[in-house]
Ligand binder design. Structure first.
Ligand code: CUA
Length: 352
């Protein structure tokens, strides 16, 4: 009855037989996944490649949890294999069970005390980091209102500057964001800078944002908000305080009057066709706020909430067939004669 079938018994042998090369590849595979998570590009940013104090806290917490989990996994797997080695097997390949001894110190310490300490420790550490992510370490001296809507972002600055989908911030300290939405739930997420924060209809949420270095940091709506949720991208453009001040001053100024004859007739097209019904260009009669403010459109690198690079060809595509570029958006197609379109593009391209 108590006949054993060699060290480890059938279960361990079965494990050894099944430990094919595919199983042994599991370790490297997990490591590769980790490295893919860490590696990133401007368009595929990773939380594990932080570029500001907020994301650094998240990455720090992630690594602490990763290493604790790895240590627990190694210890538990080691104990399991050791117990399989020591187990006594009967003829049917089942383990002969000895009577469990309740209250054995090893069970109390390894099964109750240590897990409780690990869980309490990580919980307290998480609470501390969550609190720090909610409140910046130092005072913010700039508040930007970011309104998320189907499916783009509008940023408004205290001096009246309004821009879309490219939110400029100065480096060297945290800025405060006031997050609003006129339609449905959205979520503001810049993986390399901060945790996510929801835009909730009927209330304003606040968060802070800080970048260590000047640069462009990709952001993305992180709450499903309808057809074009996936195309609701944006950039946070961090600049040195001097460059930021210059940008902000220019952004708040009205558009320069067009100089060339074609740009002048393009302005005429803008103000007499459907464009004026939805867009604003400060310094002209266009003051609608259904679509993005275009006063300094030429200063942006992308259009349509990061759907296309801001080039003449793409602008033409967007104006003629917006539903073809981004189905479901509020913008209707614009019916223009070829020359009218060229003039309009000349006008839009000098709005810097
Ligand atoms: Cu906005 Cu998803």
């Amino acid at each position: 009855m108590s006949a054993t079938t060699g060290p480890g018994g059938p279960l361990l042998r079965t494990y050894r037989q099944r430990s094919t090369p595919r199983h042994r590849a599991l370790g490297p595979l997990l490591l590769s996944v980790t490295f893919i998570l860490i590696s990133c590009s401007e368009d595929a940013p990773s939380t594990l490649d932080p570029a500001g104090p907020g994301a650094r806290r998240i990455a720090g917490l992630w690594w602490v949890l990763f290493w604790i989990s790895l240590v627990v996994l190694v210890i538990v797997t080691g104990l399991l294999l050791a117990s399989l080695r020591r187990a006594k097997w009967n003829d049917l390949g089942a383990v002969e069970r000895s009577k469990p001894k309740l209250g054995e110190p090893f069970i109390i310490v390894a099964g109750v005390v240590i897990p409780a300490l690990v869980l309490i420790g990580t919980y307290v550490f998480s609470l501390k980091e969550m609190n720090a992510l909610a409140i910046p370490g130092e005072n913010t001296n700039l508040e930007i209102t970011v309104e998320a809507q189907n499916w783009w972002w509008e940023a408004e600055y205290p001096n009246g500057a309004v821009t879309a989908n490219e939110i400029h911030i100065p480096t060297g300290g945290p800025v405060r964001l006031r997050l609003t939405t006129p339609d449905v739930l959205h979520s503001f997420w810049v993986p390399r800078l901060q945790a996510k924060m929801d835009h909730i209809p009927g209330q304003a949420n606040t968060m802070w944002l800080e970048a260590d270095q000047p640069g462009r940091y990709r952001g993305q709506c992180a709450e499903f908000c309808g057809l074009q949720h996936a195309h609701m991208g944006f950039y946070v453009v961090a600049q040195s305080p001097e460059e930021f001040e210059a940008w902000l001053e220019n952004e708040a100024s009205p558009a320069d009057p067009p100089e060339s004859p074609t740009a002048r007739s393009g302005e005429e097209v803008f103000l007499t066709d459907t464009c004026i019904g939805c867009h604003a260009i400060q310094g002209t009669e266009a003051h609608a706020d259904i679509g993005p403010d275009l006063t300094h459109l030429a200063g942006r690198e992308t259009i349509g909430a990061d759907v296309l690079p801001n080039t003449r060809e793409n602008l033409a595509k967007f104006i003629i067939d917006p539903q073809g570029v981004k189905p479901g958006i509020a913008m209707p197609p614009t019916d223009l004669e070829p020359q009218e379109l060229e003039d309009l593009l000349d006008y839009l391209e000098q709005l810097d």
